[in-house]
Design a binder for this molecule. Structure first.
Ligand code: NAD
Length: 480
């Protein structure tokens, strides 16, 4: 058994009320450890540690903060194998993905903000003719809360924590209870890197107990949250009367728009990836695929053939393309959507079934699934499934596809495949999404703003946007 503990004030602790929940290995469906289900008392301890640390940390020089963040990044790289194995075991994702994407990106997050904080500057405004100069301070908020989901566990956890501490805040952070392991392992690295005690406190538990205690805490002044839209709405409701600063990165139902004039081979290969990477459990996956009618039949045949070639297998197998889904309940949810699609006259072109792997019969495996739908109004095109399931349908005109792409409650990302520059500009301007990719997918420059509109959230992460979120501006006006 691999039990985990809370990391408070630089050391590991059991939860005060001694409540625990099971941690499952999705590849075989077995419980492999216990995770604290922390309560208000644990959050109070974490808050107090963070509050004490804030006095010193908020005055630590930018060079010193930068040095520590970059050291954390290097230590993560040094321990790549251990972290990748832990992430894969906890989440079900192929080890190859954890090694090339999740853990390297977590390291990049610390390195990026270690560098960014040394370049972050505030503004001054001279009120010409009035003998007045204004300068604006960017001060850390104090103790902030960071709450993250299970799909890219350490990657998204560190995407919040790194800018929060770089900006001089102290943090009470909660990873998903479904995938707590790598956040737990991070504690040792923080100590080794010399992060002062209490600057970052990592508390584990269910959203409804531990998460709720964080968002309700009156002195945790900002919440940075990534997760489902309904949880985001709940957090907004709870925190609004306390006027907490909020950043919400929520669900998506992203369109992938393919025109006949695209570079076909590039598009096909990337579309397989943008549909099924991480078992389709990435908020940026393109789950609604719209294909121009003139190439629709060709695309349908080629795409289905490529998807059938994807290998569903144990996450530790290097040849596996599709690992296990994260949990039994999530697998059941995804299967339910496949049934709904059938009832709504969707045609399953491939996949649709649970996979039983020899030796891992209780693992949560599912065939990558392509459904041909008749209308964008069907349930699988309107609700987030967050699994290895995509829907395809043809379109005839630019107006027609734009209207379908935007007719959904979400607005996170969109992907467009065409070599017509003017069309690219026209459509990108009108797409209701926070991020648009043209002839590529999930290519990230960490300086760019990241986030969604509509039910996909409020606020932006990335670059200086996150440093602005994690600081309060204060204007000082001087008459001379
Ligand atoms: P979730 O909303 O169930 O949980 C996310 C986190 O919130 C977990 O740590 C959970 O414990 C916590 N939580 C739950 N209830 C809470 C409460 N009442 N108070 C405080 N915290 C609470 O989401 P999930 O199932 O872990 O993740 C999948 C969702 O995340 C999908 O909808 C996906 O689109 C979204 N997501 C969005 C992005 C993005 O950047 N926009 C990135 C990844 C995932």
């Amino acid at each position: 058994m691999q039990n985990i503990q809370n990391y408070i004030n630089g050391s590991y602790h059991n939860p005060i009320q001694n409540n625990w929940i099971d941690n499952y290995n999705p590849s075989n469906g077995e419980v492999y450890g216990q995770t604290p289900n922390s309560t208000k008392a644990d959050i109070d301890n974490a808050y107090n540690a963070a509050k004490s640390a804030f006095k010193h940390w908020s005055q630590t020089t930018l060079e010193e903060r930068s040095r520590i963040l970059i050291k954390i990044s290097e230590l993560l790289e040094d321990n790549l194998d251990q972290f990748a194995e832990a992430e894969s075991k906890d989440n079900g994702k192929p080890i190859s993905l954890a090694k090339t994407v999740d853990i390297p990106r977590a390291a990049s997050n610390f390195r990026f903000y270690g560098n960014a904080i040394t370049q972050f500057a505030s503004e001054s405004h001279e009120s010409v003719g009035q003998q007045v100069i204004n300068y604006t301070l960017r001060q850390p908020i104090g103790v902030v809360g960071c709450i993250s989901p299970w799909n890219l566990p350490l990657y998204l956890f560190t995407w919040k924590i790194a800018p929060a501490i770089a900006a001089g805040n102290c943090v009470v952070a909660k990873p998903s209870e479904v995938t707590p392991m790598t956040a737990y392992l991070l504690g040792d690295i923080l100590n080794e890197a010399g992060l002062p005690k209490g600057v970052l406190n990592i508390i584990h538990g269910l959203g409804t107990t531990t998460g709720q205690a964080i968002i309700e805490h009156p002195d945790i002044k900002a919440i940075s949250f990534t997760g489902g839209t309904s949880t985001g709405a709940h957090i907004a409701k709870v925190t609004a009367p306390m006027f907490k600063k909020l950043s919400l990165e929520l669900g998506g139902k992203n369109p992938n728009i393919i025109f006949a004039d695209c570079n076909y081979e590039d598009m096909l290969e990337t579309t397989v990836r943008s549909s099924f990477a991480n078992q389709g459990q990435i908020c940026l996956c393109g789950s609604r695929i719209f294909v121009e009618a003139s190439i629709y039949n060709k695309f349908k045949i080629d795409f289905v053939q490529k998807v059938k070639e994807l290998k569903v297998g144990h996450p530790s197998n290097k040849n596996t393309n599709i690992g296990a889904l994260v949990s039994k309940s999530h697998l059941e949810k995804v299967l339910k959507y496949i049934e709904i699609a059938k009832k709504e006259n969707g045609e399953i072109l491939c996949g649709g079934n649970r996979v039983t792997l020899k030796g891992y019969e209780n693992g949560y495996y599912l065939e990558p699934t392509v459904i041909e739908v008749k209308t964008n109004d069907c349930t699988v095109n309107q609700e987030e499934i967050f699994g290895p399931v995509v829907a395809i349908m043809p379109f005839n005109t630019e107006e027609n596809v734009l209207q379908m792409a935007n007719k959904v409650k979400y607005g996170l990302s969109a992907t467009l495949w065409t070599n017509d520059l003017k069309k690219t500009m026209r459509i990108s301007n009108q797409l209701q999404a926070g991020i648009v990719w043209i002839n590529t997918w999930m290519l990230r420059d960490l300086r760019t703003p990241f986030g969604g509109i509509k039910a996909s959230g409020i606020g932006r992460e990335g670059g200086f946007e996150a440093l602005r979120f994690f600081t309060e501006s204060k204007n000082v006006c001087i008459k001379y």
